[in-house]
Design a protein around this ligand. Structure first.
Ligand SMILES: [Zn+2]
Length: 251
């Protein structure tokens, strides 16, 4: 499966010899807030204007070839920089973290943390081909796969009003797998009961599918940024139903 090339700007950085010795603080315009602890998620700021939401933003980690691997938080990002494992970065600069003084240069260390971080080393990627990887099934990612839409009535619901429907009923040998489950509102699920959609006279609005690894990373993401989204989209198979779904959900 050939994927679209990634068109995002990538920046080579020099991470060799990088040292973070002491604590970190964030420099965010227009406010600059200093924290005395490395765990700067809830620093005591002078004016309380700490954009914690930015620190809690997940970063997308890839291998050196650019294959998406996982979501990481800023602590893990700092660790990767600190241990010289960051090969290059992509996407947008999210924030700047400051460290202590470099013992060799006498300069204060700093890290510009980007939304996408490529780390050294190749991984045996689980692959972009459908069927090459079987992600674990859970309601959170299932509902997101289906856009929080009931696949029978087509209405959108919050998660707590949705359920996992087995197209071929579980009680009749249907498997609890991505290919046999679909998001359904409780009303439709109850109406369908232990019947197939055909038996119940109900029609599926979309075909279930098993996410590829890249698709699954997207589904697991919280507050996925636009550049992270574009990056992941470029790694979806061309045939990914998510291309059309994301397009239609956005309009
Ligand atoms: Zn419904």
């Amino acid at each position: 499966m050939v994927n679209d090339p990634v068109r995002l700007p990538c920046h080579l950085i020099i991470s060799q010899g990088f040292r973070i010795l002491y604590s970190y603080y964030m420099d965010t315009s227009p406010h600059s807030v200093h924290a005395s602890q490395p765990q700067a998620e809830a620093p005591v700021g002078a004016d309380g204007a700490v954009p914690v939401s930015r620190l809690s933003q997940q970063l997308l980690r890839t291998d050196i070839s650019g294959m998406p691997l996982e979501w990481i938080d800023y602590r893990e990002a700092v660790r990767l920089y600190h241990t010289g494992q960051v090969a290059y970065t992509c996407g947008s600069a999210l924030y700047r973290l400051f460290g202590g003084t470099n013992a060799r240069t006498g300069l204060q260390t700093q890290v510009d943390v980007n939304s996408i971080i490529a780390t050294v080393g190749h991984t045996h990627s689980p692959g972009a081909r459908r069927g090459a990887y079987l992600p674990p099934l859970n309601n959170e990612t299932l509902f997101k796969r289906d856009g929080y839409l009931c696949m029978y009535c087509g209405a959108r619901f919050p998660s707590h009003l949705l359920s996992r429907d087995h197209i071929k009923p579980f009680s009749r040998g249907g498997q609890d797998t991505w290919a046999n489950v679909i998001t359904a509102c409780r009303r439709c699920n109850n109406a369908k009961a232990s019947r197939t959609p055909e038996e119940a006279g109900m029609h599926l609005r979309a075909v279930p599918f098993i996410p590829t690894f890249a698709e699954y990373i997207y589904l697991k993401g919280r507050r996925v940024l636009t550049d992270q989204m574009e990056y992941l989209l470029a790694h979806f198979p061309r045939s990914s139903p998510l291309h059309a779904r994301l397009h239609s959900w956005a309009h």
